[in-house]
Ligand binder design. Sequence first.
Ligand code: NAD
Length: 239
Amino acid sequence: MWDAISEKLQDAEKIVFVTGAGISQESGIPTFRGKEGLWRKYDPMQLATIDAFYQDPKLVWEWYEERRRNILDAKPNPGHLAIAELGKYKNVHVLTQNIDSLHQRAGSKNVYELHGSIITIKCTVCSFKDKITTGFSQLPPLCKCGNMLRPDVVWFGEALPQDVWEHAMKQASTCDIMIVVGTSLAVSPANLLPVYAKQNGATMVEANTDPTPMSDIMDISLRESAASALPRLVNIVSG
Ligand code: NAD
């Protein structure tokens, strides 16, 4: 299996990673659907929808503030660092469903956040958007226009940022290798990206501790953790 990856990696010009919560699990950030997944303790419909936000904005904000503190304390793990390192040798694009900015903190350059970011906020009414620099004196925080600010993340039922999605589709459709890491591929439309890559003839690689609904379309499945599998890819390219 590693011989097959080795040849493909060496020949590849463009490599696209599609990442999910699993890649950050070894940084101490819980996934959504695994054994310790966040959704086992909380009902997402009470916390990650626009209706839930308008019903109880303080509760939703408290949950995101706690997650944001945990995420800021976390550090990129060898999986994130390996993707950044591969970017020194190949044209690498990272299409992530994560909101934790660990790819950027690891040094990756072409990172596209399909589901937004927990470190930015936006107004529910006007076009204001900014990075969160300190905590808030009150929850929910208010915009200068007087309306509520909200986390700049994509909630269930919301559309992805269009420019990010268009870029993601373009990269998925034109890559030589797609490497899908730590995602259950349960969330649409992000789970269409492997389909676009496959349709356009990319070599498909999956790094996931468990099978996913798209394991069948993979050419190579690495059934191990991201922090263990991805550094080996760097060794192939750099060695
Ligand atoms: P998910 O929880 O549905 O699936 C996680 C996947 O990762 C599973 O298939 C699991 O088998 C695999 N996995 C667990 N540990 C792993 C490891 N160490 N190495 C490799 N694979 C591992 O997550 P998802 O598919 O990303 O779900 C999508 C939603 O989850 C997105 O909307 C995303 O915004 C959100 N999310 C993000 C974060 C984050 O930013 N870190 C955390 C939790 C959830």
